[in-house]
Design a protein around this ligand. Structure first.
Ligand code: NDP
Length: 331
């Protein structure tokens, strides 16, 4: 069984040498367990934090132990009565060809007859729930308002913008390439999409949001957020979903203090972890699946083939190589 281990804790941008692909013998399956063949791996920005060896809301990865992440797989042996051979499942499993599991935290993909299974790692899975729950609970979108989304062409951001469109908002996305901006405008129906790498970015933001910003859904932090924070309106809501621009930083850069802006605008900034809203998952996921079936939400996946290329896919997240959800196809 080929398994990816964390060989070294990355310093700054992760490198291929921080990962080690090892062949390990798979022990035999015990009572209550299932053996899963990996079909797809999800690579996610939060995994970078787990590589630092510091406990946050999830335990850190241990050195020379398997990396784990979202997996879609097939049950190929079962000693657990909940699962039959051939069941397709999703869960947090090893970056490996095969995983053994007690079945705890493993979800059977039974509602996926008319929607692609891979969406269980994207639009109908964790990123979709993050977008939906963060937007609805903290953003509280109202028809006619303006929302700005950073990391807008990624897995989470691209869904936030589409849901906001369905709710009747003016949607402005921020992303790192013209190709991504074109996708947001032409295929996802965003009202405007701005490339933050352009020198005129701040000017473009002002032009795109003549009435200011009512909701800022932040996936990236850093200078992009510094710019958007200058444009927020009275009673703005700012769901802090992620700060990817900082995940590889070795020291924390000091930007403008936003406290004054929050006070004078009576604005709300709130961080969240998707699991805060686990009691809403059943309803939210049913809503996302039906929107996808009805063609009201669309999505893109960037797929890299081969388990051996998982680190490349992961590192690519920090270089903006993905459009939509980044996946690794293992078989
Ligand atoms: P994405 O699919 O958005 O992939 C990451 C993207 O981030 C890249 O494609 C790149 O796009 C952008 N990016 C990378 N580095 C920078 C940078 N320095 N400055 C600006 N943009 C950058 O990932 P996800 O949708 O999975 O995650 C998006 C965010 O949401 C992350 O911060 C993640 O940690 C967070 N998250 C939070 C969750 C929660 O529970 N709170 C759950 C899931 C995700 P570009 O080309 O535009 O630069």
């Amino acid at each position: 069984n080929r398994v990816y281990l964390l060989a070294r804790r990355p310093k700054g941008m992760p490198l291929q040498e921080d990962f080690l692909l090892e062949t390990r013998e798979l022990r035999s399956i015990e009572d209550g367990e299932i053996l899963i063949k990996t079909h797809y791996l999800s690579v996610d920005p939060y995994m970078r934090g787990r590589m630092n060896g510091v406990k946050t809301y999830v335990d850190p990865f241990e050195l020379n132990e398997p990396l784990t992440g979202g997996v879609i797989g097939e049950v190929i042996e079962s000693k657990n009565e909940r699962f039959l051979i051939g069941d397709m499942i999703e869960g947090r499993l090893d970056w490996a060809d095969y995983s053994l599991s007690s079945g705890k935290g493993i979800r059977k993909l039974e509602n996926y007859r008319e929607v692609s299974l891979t969406t269980a790692l994207g639009i109908t899975g964790m990123p979709g729930l993050t977008a939906y729950c963060g937007l609805m609970n903290i953003g509280k979108p109202q028809e006619g308002e303006t929302i700005v989304i950073s990391g807008a062409a990624g897995a989470v951001g691209s869904i936030v913008g589409q849901i906001a469109k369905l709710k009747g908002l003016k949607v402005v996305g921020i992303a790192g390439s013209d190709e991504k901006c074109r996708w947001l405008k032409e295929e996802l129906g965003f009202d405007a999409a701005l490339n933050y790498k352009e020198e005129s970015f701040y000017q473009n933001l002002k032009i795109a949001c003549p009435n200011g910003v009512d909701i800022y859904f932040d996936n990236v932090g850093g200078e992009v957020s510094d710019a958007v924070m200058r444009r927020i309106n009275y009673k703005a809501r700012i769901p802090l979903c992620g700060q990817i621009s900082m995940y590889n930083a070795e020291s924390t850069p000091i930007g403008p203090r936003v406290g004054g802006q929050l006070v004078t605008k009576s604005a709300l900034m709130q961080g969240f972890i998707v699991s805060d809203y686990s009691s809403q998952f059943r309803e939210a996921s049913a809503q996302l699946i039906s929107w996808v079936k009805e063609g009201k939400l669309t999505y893109k996946e960037t797929v890299i083939e081969g388990l051996e290329n998982a680190p490349k896919a992961f590192i690519g997240l920090f270089k903006g190589e993905n459009i939509g959800k980044q996946l690794v196809k293992v078989i």
